[in-house]
Design a protein around this ligand. Structure first.
Ligand code: NAP
Length: 261
């Protein structure tokens, strides 16, 4: 918040400040992104719900949230592979309320890229959505986040540290995002904290190319079950709102999968 000492405070819920902090959630219309959107809105934040193809879902979600609290949610459509769209998305998110307190880099593409079949288009798409867009969107949002003393939470993946077999480009992209989380925490401090959440097996992928990965990972968790999008959402909320002395960290939320071979 502008009135706070840089880096000392996280965005405060409205009862503490009289104003609603604003957060931009990429890919926030569906699945894990929608759980994050709902959770942060319920915590009192106003939400900018980014989408690419899922405009109908984004509009339905923001209509629902606006019915609960008028003018508290806005959908914005942008292809994160388009560098100009990133600038425009950051500007429009700021314009919604004249402030920006949080950025959740959640949007992602995920599919196998067996060696021998990898194309430059795969590289550009997987690197573009998972690491390039989070970098340039964070850069575009940084002035507003610095002004508010806000925070960034990147949605990474436990396969950043333990590559998923058959997914070398995706795994490398998430490894880049993990490193970027640490690096940007240094670059944007003391005003802005940058953290990450690394999900394990939460939701089954929708693309048939990925079928089997989820079930195999659930089997290898300590808790012997998949997680819930709410598990990711509450960890994002903790890092954004309740962790003023945590920055540069990535928290695995994986039912103990990464604690074993
Ligand atoms: N599902 C899991 O169990 C799991 C496990 C580990 C890590 N994760 C991570 O958690 C996050 C959420 O997972 P998820 O399964 O809910 O994600 P998802 O459904 O695979 O994708 C989330 C959204 O990303 C958006 N997106 C993809 N490419 C984009 C682009 N070029 N421009 C703009 N938006 C783009 C899509 O938005 P539109 O629909 O609007 O096009 C999509 O709905 C991701 O970062 C993922 O890597 C998930």
């Amino acid at each position: 918040m502008a009135e706070s000492a840089p880096g000392r405070d996280s965005p405060k819920p409205p009862e503490a400040t009289g104003a609603h902090p604003v957060v931009l959630i990429t890919g926030g219309a569906r699945r894990i992104g929608a759980a994050i959107t709902r959770d942060l809105h319920a915590a009192g934040l106003d939400v900018v719900v980014h989408c690419r193809r899922s405009l109908a879902e984004a509009t339905a979600l923001t209509d629902e949230l606006n019915a609960r609290r008028p003018d508290s949610a806005r959908p914005l459509q942008a292809d994160l592979l388009d560098p100009q769209a990133l600038e425009s998305l950051a500007a429009q998110a700021r314009e919604f309320r004249g402030r920006l307190d949080g950025l959740i880099n959640n949007a992602s593409t995920f599919y196998p890229t067996p060696v021998g079949e990898i194309t430059m288009a795969h590289w550009d798409d997987l690197m573009g959505s998972n690491v390039r867009a989070p970098l340039f969107l964070t850069q575009a949002c940084a002035p507003a986040l610095r002004a508010s003393g806000g925070g960034v939470v990147n949605i990474v993946d436990i396969h950043a540290l333990r590559p998923l077999s058959g997914y070398p480009v995706y795994s490398a992209a998430k490894a880049g995002l993990w490193a970027l989380t640490q690096s940007l925490a240094r670059e944007l401090g003391p005003e802005v904290r940058v953290n990450g959440v690394a999900p394990g097996a939460i939701l089954s992928p929708e693309d048939p190319a990925n079928f089997g990965t989820h079930e195999a990972m659930v089997e290898r968790t300590a808790l012997k079950r998949a997680g819930d999008p709410a598990d990711i959402a509450r960890t994002v909320r903790f890092l954004l709102l309740e962790a003023p002395y945590i920055t540069g960290q990535v928290i695995p939320v994986d039912g103990g999968r990464s604690a074993s071979q």
